[in-house]
Write a protein that binds this ligand. Structure first.
Ligand code: D41
Length: 674
């Protein structure tokens, strides 16, 4: 018994030491022991836990090496949505931001802003229960993300336990996981040596590393973390008055905060900060794409609230797009799903803002003429964030005498059909339709894409083969593919072939908007597909709708209406749809707009007391989105009163009048379900 106690004591000692050295290294940036000492203690703990698994604790640093691979990530709904940031690309926009704030606050007092570099990483949410990390999720769309707990635990800069003896019951810390520039370069060097694909930029590398089902892979990647806000809290937590104090507290609790943060006076202070960070940018060991300004005072933040998912009190001041010089080696025309010809410049490879670029879009013929791009030209290429790199302009002084002007091809480079470019339109198209292999491939790829039928593993190369080998002519042929035929394709084994069949099978259960989007009807993007689904509720009434009915729907104009109507008039399209459904493609009944979107329509709701996990403005906005009228006085017409901490007289009034009351926690539970 005594011996076991000894071991337990040693294990705890080791965990504490490792935690302390981690903190010194990642948060204070001031290690006190050499790496070798750290590694020795780490191995001792690992051995101890291997021999006595009962000594393992949920916050043990030994989990940082990875765990059993997952089959898939589960979805996590954020209790408080993770907002996005509005962007400013110029000083004017930054001044306008400051002015809006003063106008809304009806004050001309100078505002104090908390400034931070804007990391080019991946936003995540970390949930601590009684001071122990229990869940980590990606931001996703801000409402739901993916559970990446096991992977996040391998990131050493993220504390597995708070440095606090009396931690809040629940604490959500949000921040950015990013990859160090040096680590990113080393990773790409390795990939090059192994003949593997390189990551385009540190952001993709961070995202790709966190979205690994096998956390051992994540553990091997040089990821780090900076926190920037607190989300949900429960118990023993008093919200602080300013953003910078929150970061101070998080730092004391063991979270890395960005060392370059600062609090400045007024918007001029922000612009000075922008200049300073611009100069430091290339010397920082992480990629940033701008700086963020946040109103420092929490009470002002609350007054300002947010609008369409972004706070009014914060803005990202972006750096101008990265640019580089290179030469145009050739210009090719790619044929897209709708036959549109896109000229693409093949470039002498050049590194722009950390990513190697060898192709850049020229958009269309008009653009080529306007910019007068010729083969052999020296050009400026630009990459802004995630968008496709483009040829920005030509350096005419460097044009070689033999530079070749570009002409629109007369026939499709893929199928030989005629090319038409209607007068006054920018886009030239191949008229081959589904006769053109390029269009066929692109429509199949679109059908399989993530936002459409989401058929995992069906990428460009596989689609190319399927179409070229004649295995797939139209999208419905996908569901008739057989194992043997698939396994015989290049770069496919039995295993990947059967994975694809499983993915195909899985894709059969879809949703109406996904299916509509997947069909690839011109002008029907994701949003339109949703609107159509909401309006019609099912496929049949949509198929029979005339153009007038279609035009009456939100965001659908005469052009889209005509495309949709014509699409469902084509016997060929009807045949494909019938065949898809015959193969088992189906979707759950879709609730029409009225019932799904505005469940609180006609209800009058009052909020009283202080809400802990959202501001009153956030709560109001949410309720209004759901259709409710939010008012300030309780009367017999009130349907519901939501009660936070220290409620006022409205609470008594509600009790008096016998009006339905729910407490904040219940309100959150309900909204989580809605
Ligand atoms: O460094 C960043 N990428 C960063 C992102 C930052 N320093 N601060 C941020 N602050 C916010 C708010 C103001 C909404 C709390 C953010 C983000 N949001 C953000 N990251 C991804 C989406 C939004």
């Amino acid at each position: 018994m005594e011996a076991v106690n000894q071991l337990q004591k040693r294990a705890q000692e080791l965990r504490q030491l490792i935690q302390r050295y981690n903190y010194e290294y990642y948060v204070l940036d001031a290690p006190t022991v050499p790496d070798s000492e750290y590694d020795r203690l780490f191995r001792e703990l690992q051995n101890l836990e291997a021999q006595h698994p009962e000594l393992k604790t949920p916050d043990s640093p030994s989990q940082r090496v990875g765990a059993e691979p997952l089959v898939e990530f589960s979805q996590v709904r954020h209790q408080i949505p993770m907002l996005s940031l509005n962007n400013a690309f110029s000083q004017e926009e930054v001044f306008a931001f400051d002015k809006r704030i003063h106008d809304r606050l009806k004050s001309n007092e100078m505002i104090e802003y908390a400034c931070e570099p804007k990391l080019d990483g991946l936003a995540i949410s970390l949930l601590y229960e009684d001071g122990i990390l229990i869940k980590a999720a990606t931001r996703g769309d801000g409402i739901t993300g993916e559970d990446v707990t096991t992977n996040v635990k391998t990131v050493r800069a993220i504390p597995l336990r708070l440095i606090e003896n009396n931690p809040p019951k629940l604490l959500e810390v949000r921040g950015e996981v990013y990859m160090l520039k040096s680590g990113f370069e080393a990773l790409n060097r390795q990939a090059r040596q192994k003949g593997e694909k390189e990551f385009a930029n540190p952001r993709n590398a961070a995202a790709g590393s966190l979205r690994q089902l096998d956390s051992h892979i994540t553990a091997s990647r040089p990821l780090s973390f900076f926190c920037y806000e607190i989300g949900v809290t429960k118990g023993n937590f008093r919200l602080l008055n300013t953003h910078h104090e929150i970061l101070d507290l998080l730092k004391a609790w063991g979270f890395p905060v960005i060392p370059e943060r600062a609090v400045v006076f007024g918007i001029e202070g922000c612009l000075d900060y922008y200049q300073k960070i611009t100069q430091m940018r290339d010397h920082l060991n992480y990629e940033i794409d701008g700086v963020v300004y946040k109103v420092d005072r929490k009470d002002l933040q609350e007054k300002l609230g947010f609008i369409s998912r972004a706070p009014r009190w914060a803005i990202a001041h972006k750096f101008p797009a990265h640019e580089e010089l290179t030469t145009v080696e050739d210009i090719e025309f790619q044929v897209g799903r709708t036959g549109a010809l896109t000229p693409v410049a093949r470039l002498k490879p050049v590194s722009v803002g950390g990513a190697t670029i060898s192709n850049a879009t020229l958009h269309n013929m008009d653009e080529i003429e306007r910019k007068d791009v010729r083969i052999g030209d020296t050009v400026i290429v630009r990459r802004a964030g995630d968008v496709i790199p483009e040829v920005f302009s030509v350096i005419k002084e460097r044009r070689p005498p033999q530079a070749k002007p570009i002409q629109l091809p007369k026939s499709c480079p893929v199928c030989g059909s005629d090319i038409v470019k209607p007068e006054g339109e920018a886009i030239a198209r191949c008229i081959g339709g589904l006769f053109c292999p390029a269009q066929r491939k692109a429509s199949i790829e679109h059908f399989a894409s993530r936002k459409a039928m989401d058929i995992e593993g069906l990428g460009t190369q596989l689609v190319d083969q399927l179409v070229e080998k004649g295995l797939v002519h139209h999208v419905d042929d996908l569901y008739r593919l057989k194992l043997d035929a698939l396994a015989n394709l290049a770069r496919m084994g039995k295993k990947s072939a059967s994975n694809l069949l499983v993915a195909l099978e899985k894709s059969k259960l879809t949703t109406l908007p996904r299916f509509l989007y997947a069909l690839g009807i011109r002008e029907v993007g994701e949003a339109t597909a949703h609107n159509l689904a909401k309006h019609f509720g099912d496929l049949a009434p949509l198929m029979h709708a005339d153009e007038n009915t279609l035009q009456s729907i939100r965001d659908i104009g005469p052009v889209a209406a005509q495309y949709i109507h014509t699409f469902f008039q084509q016997p060929h399209n009807l045949e494909v749809i019938r065949s898809l459904m015959h193969s088992g493609v189906h979707w759950p009944a879709y609730q029409k707009e009225e019932t799904i979107l505005r469940p609180l329509e006609g209800k009058t709701i009052v909020i009283t007391g202080t809400l802990k996990n959202m501001t009153r403005e956030q709560a109001k906005e949410k309720l209004r989105e759901l259709g409710a009228d939010v008012t300030n006085t309780v009367s017999k017409n009130t349907d519901l009163v939501i009660v936070g901490e220290n409620p006022g007289s409205k609470y008594n009034k509600a009790l008096e009048l016998g009006i339905k009351i729910i407490y904040e926690e219940e309100f959150e539970m309900k909204s989580v379900k809605l």
